[in-house]
Design a protein around this ligand. Structure first.
Ligand SMILES: *Cc1c(COP(=O)(O)O)cnc(C)c1O
Length: 475
């Protein structure tokens, strides 16, 4: 009996809980009006609908639906799984809220680009551009041309070139000017920058030999002079970006080092790290790392990052005397370290803003650095209201004083007065509050200070970004 047969098959399926699994077509229709899924493409929805069904069929996800529940409820379960699958498949890189208090946070991507730079990236990404094309001759041009003249105007240097990042700029400079020979560096300047940049390691990769002079806290002119010999290729000065030696200290300033170099016919190169193109004292920051000053003091080459104080894309900039920059350009390693067109476009657009002097509103880095505590407090107040409403329960949400930092090893001693939202809970440690924010949608990255979770509001433009969804498990 045909009818009996199909009934018993139905029953067997029913015992495994499969009887009411909706068809793919039904799932797609329902997904079309589910706000979590409706924006996704049809082929992708089909794929995750099948995956969700397979999971449920295989019992690898637990569904709460009873064996004989109605179809709609089972459909609801399939859609739940589809939403979870789509969610798990979210882009690996996504926006986060930087509430760390560190403006240039290397792990969060450092400088935010100006609108003009973003637009230049869009154009370079979607259109053919004259990246290495000379209109005058119709022949091949040089990709440095997009940035060089502005860099010269902004730094007073004779020539400029760019590479992938400042580590590459240092590597290339040393390899070009000192391979197989000695580079003299003060012990107080042998820096390690967060993660991977250790000057001694970069040195050895460049085939230059490191010659350390002085002691950690004191290096004098005669220390350099005694070390200079036939093997000496360069005197290197490194900006001790992420720390300060204080107390009984002495360092040989750049101008003095240049004088020593001149007496012996040896070039001085400076790795400035976060080189600033303008005097940041107008924003309450020290004037110390302005590239123009270092060129004027006689450095043969100065290298610095594009995405630190400059506020542009990741890049390494080399400015200096023409003859030295020409030698750098002729090094085959330069080709391996060259910038891509998106970087060139973003950097060129950023430098153009500098040249036009139209900065503090245009460049996010400067805008964020110069925000006053009073301005930040307005944002923090609204952030407090939003988070109180979101967190509810026993959470305590209040305004607290905070200090932001420039970050990326730039100006390490500078503390910018700021305001934060402080979140505490009578039974939850700060670490688990931090984890809750980290797993929210979008993720909010704050910091823990004195046992409390702090959200520094300096880098938050619109407090509405804090109207986040917390993970259900931690609700
Ligand atoms: C940041 C820094 C570097 C590394 O620059 P990247 O652009 O990150 O490669 C090198 N030297 C100094 C002194 C720095 O501050």
């Amino acid at each position: 009996m045909v009818v009996g047969k199909s009934r018993s098959r139905d029953q067997a399926a029913g015992q495994r809980g499969l009887r009411v699994l909706p068809s793919i077509d039904v799932c797609l229709k329902a997904a079309g009006i589910d706000p979590r899924l409706s924006a996704l493409g049809r082929n992708y929805l089909k794929k995750i609908a099948r995956e969700a069904q397979d999971e449920i069929r295989a019992g690898s996800v637990s569904v709460t639906t009873e064996v004989d529940t109605r179809r709609e409820q089972m459909l609801g379960q399939v859609l739940e799984r589809m939403a979870a699958l789509a969610n798990a498949d979210a882009p690996k890189l996504r926006p986060v809220v930087n509430a760390t208090g560190v403006v240039l946070h290397t792990n969060l991507g450092r400088a935010l680009l100006a609108e003009a730079a973003v637009e230049a990236v869009r154009v370079a990404a979607t259109s053919a551009i004259n990246l290495e094309y000379d209109f005058a001759s119709g022949a091949r041009g040089d990709r440095d041309a997009a940035v060089e003249s502005d860099l010269l105007e902004l730094t007073g240097a004779e020539a400029a070139t760019i590479v992938n990042n400042n580590a590459a700029a240092v590597l290339l400079t040393l390899n070009t000017l000192a391979a197989g020979r000695e580079v003299i560096v003060s012990r107080g300047e042998l820096v390690e920058i967060g993660g991977s940049f250790r000057l001694p390691d970069v040195m050895s990769s460049s085939s230059a030999r490191l010659r350390e002079v002085g002691t950690t806290n004191r290096t004098h002119a005669h220390d350099y002079e005694q070390a200079i010999g036939p093997e000496t290729a360069l005197l290197l000065k490194v900006h001790p970006s992420n720390y300060r030696i204080i107390g009984f200290t002495h360092e040989v300033g750049l101008a003095e080092l240049v004088n020593i170099g001149r007496e012996h016919g040896i070039e001085v190169v400076e790795d400035l790290g976060a080189g600033a193109l303008i005097d940041l004292s107008q924003y309450g920051l020290p004037r110390e790392s302005v590239v123009r000053d270092r060129i004027a003091a006689g450095a043969g080459i100065v290298t610095f990052s594009g995405d630190k104080l400059l506020g542009g894309p990741q890049a390494g900039v080399l400015v200096g005397r023409r003859e030295l920059i020409e030698r750098v350009r002729a090094n085959p390693l330069k080709r391996a370290l060259r910038c891509d067109k998106l970087t060139v476009a973003a950097l060129a657009a950023t430098l153009r803003l500098y040249r036009r002097g139209d900065l503090s509103n245009e460049l996010p880095t400067l805008r964020l650095l110069r925000r006053t505590a009073e301005e930040i407090e307005l944002i923090a107040n609204r952030a407090c209201d939003i988070l109180r409403e979101r967190l509810g329960g026993d959470f305590r949400v209040e305004i607290a004083d905070s200090y932001s930092e420039v970050g990326s090893g730039s100006l390490p001693t500078v503390q910018l007065t700021s305001r934060a939202v402080r979140v505490t809970h009578p039974r939850l440690p700060a670490e688990s509050i931090a984890a809750r924010f980290r797993h929210a949608q979008p993720a909010v990255i704050g910091r823990i200070s004195d046992g409390a979770f702090l959200l520094d509001c300096r880098m938050i433009d619109d407090p509405a970004v804090l109207a986040v969804d917390f993970p259900i498990a931690s609700a």
